[in-house]
Design a protein around this ligand. Structure first.
Ligand code: HEC
Ligand code: HEC
Length: 452
């Protein structure tokens, strides 16, 4: 069952119990009025008040982003405890306990169950955004190829993959790429079948000349195209000097502009919008990069590693990789609390990979619009195409982050819309309310840098 279906099921059960309790409660009151002459207005009003309160608490809970539901739980539990207390008073003060024993028991049964349910539904989403468990596929002496490719998979998707959710690991690849046949979001190639493509690409005439020719230096990264033996020693493979598929994959990651897949580049496919994976902010180490390549070479043939040409890491390279790897990144929770500074928030979420953001160093992404929201947001809201619900800049920015598809921005330079669905719709699960407020405040202030 998908987590979403879980939620729906539990919500349904909660509602069913609420309705039943209401029915039971009305019964108790009627019974008491007939037998005891209880002040039904007073008690009825009191419990109806609780019901309304609980309804709004629950409703409010559903508007909260996942991480904040946890902080809200004590309030909801407090509401329920006060209600239980009132129940106790009701029964004790009016001596009606003996009058309706079965229904009373039913009520307390419901109370217990609903408290558990409230706890469960709150805990459930929380558990989903927990940071991945430590470790994953640690490098060991007798590492097998299966474990090595698994390490690559974890770098791509993170240690914890959940059905129906976009999971993103240190490598950030799923921010842009898809991996299953037919699953396309535009602007970034689907990486299904990339192992086969890696072998044919290097045969293409287009590879030999565009945008840089074999043997030429690609200016942005300083990498000599098509010359695997010229790559920085730490990242260089051993073996023959002939160009093989593995070299294409390594070049794609270390020098995206060495070859730009047709239709996916900037400026007539002469510039790639893909970040250099071995440099900040992603900064994969040589061993990590190899693990990703090994995974790319074997992912479409589960259990079959015959196409993998990357060697298993040697004891030496493992030792080299160790200090850089230690601790940090891998266990980094995919969540920002709002106590970080704004630069850290933005970098953790990966916005700079797709957006150019004034005031954020290194944010030169080109897959999405330049974030000049102080000037852009009011224009978007006025656009007749705009169907969202924002009425001012902050609301527009908030909406863009939580629900990117509410309005799809026009790419003026290309004369077409930016691809819908490329910007992840999952940021709500990675942000606390505080972090979201901070982010919205910052992005709402962005504007084009002054000329000159
Ligand atoms: C910010 C978006 C972005 C991220 C993040 C990203 N890529 Fe890319 N990638 C692209 C774009 C755009 C292209 C197409 C242009 C080009 O060829 O460079 C591309 C091209 C590629 C290609 C060449 C595909 C082909 O059919 O020849 C490979 C392989 C690749 N990416 C792998 C990766 C891996 C592995 C990661 C994660 C470590 C990654 N990418 C992260 C945007 C991204
Ligand atoms: C994988 C690429 C990608 C990532 C990562 C990404 N975005 Fe976007 N973003 C886009 C694209 C493409 C659009 C334009 C299409 C649309 O409007 O949905 C867009 C649109 C926007 C807009 C509307 C811009 C305007 O001028 O109207 C805002 C604001 C925005 N993004 C903020 C963010 C923030 C903040 C982050 C990080 C939390 C982020 N984006 C991460 C690709 C991305």
């Amino acid at each position: 069952m998908l987590p979403e279906q879980h939620d729906i099921l539990w919500t349904f059960v909660t509602i069913a119990f609420t309705v039943f309790s209401l029915y039971a409660f009305v019964n108790v009151l009627k019974h008491c009025r007939e037998n005891e002459g209880v002040n039904t207005k007073l008690w009825g009003g009191l419990f109806a008040g609780f019901f309304v309160l609980n309804f709004f608490l629950t409703k409010h809970m559903f508007t909260l982003i996942q991480q904040d539901q946890m902080a809200f739980l004590p309030w909801q539990l407090a509401g329920i405890l006060v209600l239980l207390f009132a129940w106790g008073l009701f029964f004790k003060s009016t001596d009606i306990e003996s009058q309706s024993p079965p229904i009373t028991r039913a009520m307390f049964f419901w109370m217990t169950v609903s408290v558990c349910l409230a706890g469960y539904t709150n805990w459930l989403p929380q558990q989903r955004s927990d940071p991945p468990p430590k470790g994953g596929a640690a490098i060991s002496e007798d590492l097998t190829m299966e474990e090595f490719t698994e390490m690559g998979r974890i770098i791509v998707f993170g240690a914890k993959q959940v059905a129906g959710q976009k999971s993103i690991g240190k490598g950030q690849c799923p921010l842009c790429h898809t991996f299953d046949p037919g699953d396309n979001i535009g602007r970034c190639p689907n990486l299904f079948g990339v192992q086969e493509r890696s072998e044919t690409r290097i045969q293409e005439d287009r590879y030999k000349t565009s945008p840089v020719a074999i043997g030429e230096k690609e200016p942005a990264t300083g990498i000599m195209k098509g010359l695997p033996m010229e790559i920085d020693e730490a990242y260089r493979r051993g073996g023959s000097e002939d160009l093989i598929g593995e070299d294409y994959l390594r070049e794609s990651l270390m020098c995206p502009t060495c070859y730009v897949v047709e239709g996916y580049g900037k400026d007539g496919d002469t510039k790639s919008p893909m970040p250099v994976i071995s440099k900040p902010p992603i900064s994969l180490s040589p061993v990590e990069l190899n693990a990703v390549i090994a995974w790319l070479q074997s992912k479409d043939t589960p259990g079959d590693f015959s196409k993998v040409t990357v060697p298993l890491p040697s004891a030496q390279s493992q030792a080299d990789a160790a200090p850089a790897d230690e601790g940090e990144e891998e266990e980094r929770p995919v969540f920002v609390t709002g106590d970080e500074d704004i630069q850290a928030i933005i970098n953790t979420l990966g916005c700079p990979l797709c957006h150019t953001i004034p005031g954020v160093e290194g944010a030169m992404g080109e897959l999405g619009p330049k974030l000049h929201e102080k000037t852009n947001a009011p224009l978007r809201i006025k656009d007749p195409r705009y169907k969202g619900s924002a009425t001012n800049t902050k609301e527009y920015v908030r909406e863009s982050i939580l629900n990117p598809s509410a309005y799809v921005v026009m790419n003026e330079a290309e004369g077409e819309l930016f691809p819908d669905g490329l910007m992840p719709a999952t940021f709500s699960t990675m942000l606390s309310v505080k972090a979201l407020d901070k982010l919205v405040d910052f992005i709402s202030q962005t504007e084009a840098p002054a000329e000159g």
